[in-house]
Design a binder for this molecule. Sequence first.
Ligand code: MF3
Ligand code: CO
Ligand code: CO
Length: 271
Amino acid sequence: MDMHFRSSAVEIKGPAEIDAMRVVSQLAAETLSAVGEIVRPGLSTEEINSFVHAHTLKQGARPAPLNYKGFPKSVCTSVNEVVCHGIPGERVLRDGDIINIDVTHIYKGFHGDTSATFYVGKVSEEARRVVEVARRSLCLGIAQVRPGARLGDLGAAIQEFAEGQGCSVVRDFVGHGIGRKFHDEPKVAHYGRWGKGERLKPGMTFTIEPMVNIGSWEVDVLDDDWTAVTSDGSLSAQFEHTVLVTESGVEVLTERNRPLANSEIFPDYFK
Ligand code: MF3
Ligand code: CO
Ligand code: CO
């Protein structure tokens, strides 16, 4: 009942913290760009893990997923019907697969979290559609971020678009506040209602990371307690950025300095 009067639990970052977030986010973005360049049929998810691990250490950073709540690897690799938290291993990429690679770095005590879905060789029209809907969904969510906007505005923008394209938005996993902690308040749902939810304030940092399915939004978690798959076996795609609410709008902290290899090859998909 007193919820209306409770002050926000969302941390507001100061200038030094924001600078640290910029640095770690750019390191994560660089590793994601680099790993995208090696995606090809025949590559194993274990090899992706080794690449990300080595690339991260070379930057002087640490891979946040490794040993996080028992996660055994340095990166999440989610192929086709895997929604998120895929564990790298013996799976070998095949022509026509799609793969989300989710990179999170820790540098000087701060986290930067970013992911993208890549095309493995030549993919089906259906695969291309779910990937491009997910890519655009993230973009539309980011476009809602400004002081005074509500968290529900992000979710509504994403949900309206993705569902309008005949896709569905995963409910069980959400974006999150990020900073010294990997997963902090607020929870950033990728569905919701316009004008609802917490108001955004300058200095907040959080991720937006919509998971979009070609079929139903329902997911199951496999016996390894990590791998989330679509219940109906349909394809799922995801993109993630770490963002900062600025005085005037938004800064995409994990923005890349070049187009993604094996992903940004259909730039005018919705035009
Ligand atoms: N990087 C994921 C996210 O976007 C979280 C992965 S948790 C892990 O929030 F333990 F699987 F790495
Ligand atoms: Co995240
Ligand atoms: Co992530």
